[in-house]
Design a protein around this ligand. Sequence first.
Ligand code: COA
Length: 333
Amino acid sequence: MTETSPSIPVRIAGTGSYVPEKILTNAELADRVDTSDEWIVTRTGIKQRHIAADDEFTSHMATHAARRALEQAGIAPEDLELIIVATITPDTLTPATACYVQQNLGAVGAVAFDISAACSGFLYAMKISKRLISDGAFKNALIIGAEKLSAFVNWEDRSTCVLFGDGAGAAVLTRAEPGQGEILATEMGSDGRLTHLLNIPGGGSACPITTQNAGEHLATLAMLGKEVFKHAVTRMKEAAEKVIERSDLKPEDIACVIPHQANLRIIDAIADRLAVPNDRVFVNLDKYGNTSAAAVAIALDEANRTGAFKRGDHIVLVVFGAGLTWAAAAVRW
Ligand code: COA
């Protein structure tokens, strides 16, 4: 296909999600570290999070979410051509978690790989696969955001351990026929000058975990929360505005904004700056906490399945994460 060929429209044909059975409440956390339900709810909006079992890995959660999305899309695993898993908590450093998902699903005909863009990963995956489908390279794709953050949290650090949870969300993207919904615009960005604000410093080649440093919690999330907060609001607003403008939409045309689920105060600030009323902003972080790449994907699936928007409605997804990274998408459902 030449560059001048009209691009093929792409739609979201199905969504799915999964969270582990075990719930960890704020009250239970307050028994472990010096915190309280009142502090966590007031500062973040989070009331509980789901925690994966020891033998439940990121790929297992991803596979459950994927099966639900495939079922809704009416696409068989063997017809998949592309699988992208967005995660910062892969089962193993190599091979990619997407390859384990491919194995679990029996999706023998797919190309499978992971991307690492922290909480922005699901929308990075959406933009990459949309482009590959619209260019004619593939007919369909499975994108998944999946995280087992509980394995990378310092459970003695009250400033981070109250924030995160485990889970997975998925979507199937496919060619759109005339009259069907469509992904109208996507946006993504990064600022590598700000890597120090949010990271997992150990466990990579820069700082392998050894018997000497094993007790220092280096392979756990470290964050400068206040700084992250400021950048999150600015970048998410800008990214959302770009996709709204490129789709020729106005705030009043948007039936539902689905933001990254990190902090209710960040979400309220975004809604305010975008001039979208709070009742059109989807929130579920009270139940799951921040599940990084999975968060917006789980929220999309819940919003879809609970009727937060209907066929023909315009929705905007917007995310932000470590890197720093950010992304947005405008979709006609
Ligand atoms: N329970 C009780 N007190 C806590 C606490 C907890 N779980 N965590 C921190 N505190 C204390 C701090 O020690 C500090 O005490 P001090 O004033 O005596 O020093 C006080 O609460 C305020 O801490 P601070 O970090 O300034 O709070 P905050 O209002 O910035 O809220 C966050 C902290 C993390 C909730 C907030 O900064 C945030 O959400 N940032 C964005 C994080 C984010 O979205 N990350 C993911 C991006 S993908």
